[in-house]
Design a binder for this molecule. Structure first.
Ligand code: PGA
Length: 252
């Protein structure tokens, strides 16, 4: 299996027309496009090579949950992947217990979860050991309800996204230089190893992605690390030109 490049469009673009144009420009094998809910159907019908993903989903199929979109409904629209536990959803108050339900439901319905974990700046400021403990706690909460899969095929992705490295976050200052700090591929890879071993100890085979300000200029050293099976891209996925460059750099 090649590298997976997940495009998380968040609340972009403005119109269905723009969404379809961006989808066509981004349509490539190994890509998962995660549009906002209102554009899922139109984007889904315009993709030929890329897979369709969602940015979140409520567990189950139908039920009394005003304003939610269920995993079953998304599946019926051709969605194959679902981002769960993104830090922006956690910032809205989503808890590990809710994420665990969603993860369980996605697995039960046959959608591939892309579970996001990662420490905030305040935790990373205390050092890598503190960040590891934080991610360990997130994973033990979020994976609590998944059993080991019957098939050997890996249908579970975990994206390590240090919250402070996300392009729209406030970032983190390097204490020695005072400059905005970026995650290094080496530190991220160490976290990926921890994530994989924690999942494996639950008999859950996973592939690990990296996310956080990934763009055409910095993607190569992350993809060069054997610990990573791909990346999750936010800001650099919402303009066709930027995303094409990301794909070009990923192929090199
Ligand atoms: P970014 O977003 O690439 O803009 O940092 C990644 C994400 O939030 O998933």
């Amino acid at each position: 299996m090649g590298m997976l490049i997940v495009a998380n469009w968040k609340m972009h673009p403005r119109t269905e027309r723009e969404a379809v144009a961006l989808a066509r420009a981004s349509d490539a094998a190994g890509v998962v496009i995660c549009p906002p809910f209102p554009f899922i159907q139109a984007v889904g019908t315009s993709l030929r090579k890329a897979a369709l993903g969602a940015q979140d989903a409520a567990p189950g199929t139908i039920g009394p949950r005003t304003g939610e979109v269920s995993i079953g409904e998304l599946k019926a629209l051709g969605v194959r992947y679902v981002i769960l536990g993104h830090s922006e959803r956690r910032a809205e108050g989503e808890r590990d217990a809710q994420i665990a339900e969603k993860v369980r439901s996605a697995c039960a319905e046959g959608l591939t979860p892309i579970l996001c974990v990662g420490e905030p700046a305040s935790v990373r400021a205390k050092g890598l050991a503190a960040a590891r403990d934080y991610v360990k706690r997130q994973l033990s909460g979020d994976l609590k309800l998944v059993g080991s899969p019957k098939s050997k095929a890996v249908r579970f992705f975990i994206a390590y996204e240090p919250v402070w490295a996300i392009s729209t976050s406030g970032g983190r200052r390097d204490p020695s230089t005072g400059q905005r700090a970026n995650e290094t591929p080496a530190d991220a890879a160490r976290m990926a190893t921890l994530i994989r071993s924690l999942a494996t100890s639950r008999r859950l085979p996973v592939r690990v992605l990296y996310g956080g300000s990934v763009n055409a200029g910095n993607i190569a050293p992350f993809l060069a690390r054997p610990e990573f099976s791909g990346v999750l891209v936010g800001g650099a996925s919402i303009r066709a030109r930027d995303f094409k460059q990301v794909l070009r750099s990923a192929r090199q």
